[in-house]
Design a protein around this ligand. Structure first.
Ligand SMILES: C[S@@+](CC[C@H](N)C(=O)[O-])C[C@H]1O[C@@H](n2cnc3c(N)ncnc32)[C@H](O)[C@@H]1O
Length: 233
């Protein structure tokens, strides 16, 4: 993964954000030692961002599609309120075993359920709504996962999609994953009921929510409709 943001700036941001602990460090070491693509872990800065989002929105039921060895799951599970639930989906049983072990060590495993298998099949068996859906599995599946997630979002729910900048390859798409990510961004753009913001954090995150009033209205000020800004109360 080629960095989007200057690594020194990213390190500075990470240093001034909530930190992962000893468990996160050990998980990273084990993943680097035993797995082929350790760079798939979200890492501390993005993990802290996801946990912040989950806490700030009061997310009590979270779905993660693409758990790998559990880096993002550790952050997300730690942000759940008492009685909350994280559903982790991944097709790699070896990686999920590692995730389960670290979530157990963190004392968080009681609030996590694991579904091992292809995400499309696993989603078909899920019921109820989610407050946060984190997409971090195969890029070719993102449009399908979004289409599944939207009717399963709680009214204040968020979808967060990772790797939407794909090391910058979205600017000159060549292979299937590049094209899939461009098609995913367009799918979101073309839906007038969605509010979205793409941020260049790590490999790019797209934050999506359903507009409460049906169609999403851009802020009045940005369209120049309101000449006088409202006075503060
Ligand atoms: C980028 S990694 C997830 C990283 C994880 N969120 C973390 O922070 O460590 C992607 C994961 O998605 C899983 N995956 C890819 N395609 C999948 C599919 N079709 N169904 C289920 N899991 C899939 C892979 O096994 C891999 O563990």
């Amino acid at each position: 993964m080629n960095p989007i943001v200057d690594p020194r700036i990213e390190d500075y941001c990470a240093a001034h954000s909530s930190q992962g602990g000893e468990l996160h460090r050990r998980l990273a070491e084990e993943t680097h030692r035993d797995f082929r693509s350790p760079q798939m872990m979200v890492g501390d800065l993005e993990g802290a961002f996801l946990a912040f989002l989950a806490r700030a929105t009061g997310a009590a039921r979270i779905l993660e599609i693409g758990t790998f060895t559990g880096c993002s799951a550790l952050w997300l599970a730690s942000a759940l309120p008492p009685g909350g639930e994280l559903v982790c989906v991944d097709r790699d049983p070896k990686a999920v075993d590692v995730a389960r072990r670290y979530l157990t060590e963190a004392g968080l495993v009681d609030r996590v359920s694991f579904r091992v298998g292809p995400a499309r099949e696993q989603l078909a068996g899920l019921e109820g709504t989610f407050d946060l859906v984190f997409l971090d599995a195969d890029k070719g599946g993102y449009v399908h996962y979004l289409d599944w997630a939207l009717p399963h979002l709680s009214p204040r729910g968020l979808v967060v999609a990772d790797n939407v900048l794909w090391s910058g390859r979205i600017l000159d798409p060549k292979d299937d994953d590049d094209h899939a990510l461009v098609a995913f961004a367009r799918r979101v753009d073309d839906d007038p009921t969605l509010e979205r913001v793409m941020v260049p954090l790590r490999d790019g995150l797209l934050l999506i929510r359903k507009s409460s009033g049906g169609l999403f209205q851009p802020p009045e000020l940005s369209r120049g409709l309101s000449k006088t800004p409202p006075r503060p109360e």
